[in-house]
Ligand binder design. Structure first.
Ligand code: AMP
Ligand code: GLY
Length: 428
């Protein structure tokens, strides 16, 4: 990309993509932004295009027809399926900057067995584990017996965020292993990773890497469960805060030297092309950071807080990522707190109704609304998913930011509206 102003295609339709679009829209480097497929809020930042990120032929045809210079991939599925390689192997598209890893690099998220092996090879701290398939069930039982309760079983492949099961007894662990190998998550659980349970507080660390250098984005913590006190069913995420008090300089120095740098060096040594975001899902075990998982994209809803704190131009950072010049690209972080609180549909994450009219968003002036599951129909804004709108706010401390989001939520209404009042608890 030698042009001053570029055309960007952002793939996805959630709150994360809304936040990325909001930030991209502020760039002095932007000519035109397209979001595919986008949602009822992303039209505020660019043009929604009705195509699926998984339809690579359609995505590439669109890129050719609209002189796209950069493709930003929001979610993991197209990356794990090889969208990066699909662009690079097309003569007329190979100059397009694709922000995300190659298919080989995306195995860090696409295969938990691969990710664990990678961490072993590069001495990156993570829970002790072994992987099993239908030919090694008996060994799986033995390994489970060598561990203490609770038991952690993970489908190797992508399972829409549902592939990790934590069970309290050895009997349940063995039957869970049987179910998973028997196809509970289809092909994704043909291999199962069993690992030691780690106890501690989790946080999400994000970097942009060009394969050699990296820039650290603000650290965040998300709140995954539907109920207050972090109880009840897992969701896609009910809120997030940034910064995270326990992720202090001492902790982050360990994260850099023991986790981030060995990961990037490992990608290099194993010749896994990677120019994009890495999301390290970490757990703080008595002051020692350990990796729970890698993701090859930004987090949702963490992005809806993290983007507020990124002062630098994200397009300049992503351009340097694609060009391999990140070492020369500074990053500036806003010292303020940023939080996001997710408004969800009644019933979520179980069954819920869509199509409820959302009112009052025009009265919100002191928070930023990142639409997640919304659509515009006949001039009305309607709910169109479980997670509806992420309400993000700044504050000079965490409570001030949270109170701002709650005040904004009070102005918005839709039938069945629900949110957690305790986002940010547990950490100062
Ligand atoms: P993952 O999909 O790998 O992020 O796992 C989902 C959630 O399961 C994580 O965010 C953790 O809360 C939990 N988890 C995964 N692995 C472990 C582990 N080894 N010990 C404790 N909790 C875990
Ligand atoms: N917030 C966790 C995730 O995006 O996977």
């Amino acid at each position: 990309m030698t042009k001053d102003k570029i055309n960007i295609l952002l793939l996805g339709s959630g709150g994360r993509e809304s936040a990325l679009a909001w930030k991209i829209k502020q760039s002095s480097r932007l000519n035109k932004l397209f979001i595919a497929p986008g949602n009822g809020g992303t039209e505020n930042y660019g043009e929604n295009i009705n195509l699926s990120p998984m339809d690579f032929t359609a995505v590439k045809d669109f890129a050719k027809a609209n002189s796209i210079d950069m493709v930003v991939v929001g979610s993991e599925d197209p990356l794990v399926e090889g969208i990066y390689d699909s662009f690079k192997s097309d003569e007329s598209l190979k100059e397009v900057e694709v922000i995300g890893p190659s298919k080989a690099g995306a195995q860090l998220e696409g295969s938990k067995d691969f990710a664990k092996g990678f961490m072993m090879r590069h001495n990156i701290p993570t829970a002790r584990y072994r992987s099993f398939n239908s030919a090694t069930v008996a060994e799986g039982y033995k390994f489970l017996e060598s561990l203490k309760a609770p038991y952690v079983l993970k489908a190797d492949g992508l399972a829409a965020g549902k592939g990790v099961l934590i069970v309290p007894t050895i009997e349940e662990a063995k039957s869970t292993l049987d179910d998973m190998l028997g196809g509970k998550f289809g092909q994704s659980s043909a291999t199962v990773v069993i690992e030691e349970f780690l106890s501690g507080i989790e946080c999400s660390v994000f970097v942009l890497t060009d394969g050699n250098d990296y820039r650290l984005l603000p650290v965040a913590k998300d709140y995954k469960r539907i109920g207050e006190g972090d109880k009840g069913l897992n969701t896609g995420g009910m809120g997030a805060v940034s910064p995270v008090s326990f992720a202090d300089d001492k902790f982050m120095e360990k994260v850099r030297s023991r986790i981030i740098e060995p990961t990037i060096k490992g990608l290099n040594e194993e010749k896994l092309p990677y120019r994009g975001f890495i999301f390290f899902g970490l757990i703080n075990v008595e002051g020692e950071p350990m990796v729970i998982e890698y993701n090859v994209r930004m987090g949702d809803p963490e992005t809806e807080a993290v983007m507020l704190r990124l002062k630098s131009d994200i397009v300049a950072l992503m351009d340097a990522t694609a060009k391999g010049t990140l070492a020369k690209e500074p990053i500036e972080i806003d010292p303020r707190y940023a939080v996001t609180v997710m408004m969800v549909s009644g019933g979520y994450p179980g069954s819920y109704e869509k199509g409820k009219e959302i009112t009052g968003t025009e009265n919100v002036h002191d928070s930023i609304l990142f639409h997640s599951g919304t659509k515009l129909e006949g001039g009305k804004l309607l709910t169109n998913g479980g997670r509806v709108i992420a309400v993000s706010s700044y504050g000079s401390n965490k409570d001030e930011a949270l109170q701002q989001s709650f005040a904004s939520i009070a102005k918005i209404d839709f039938d069945g509206k629900y949110f957690r009042h305790d986002i940010g608890f547990d950490i100062k």
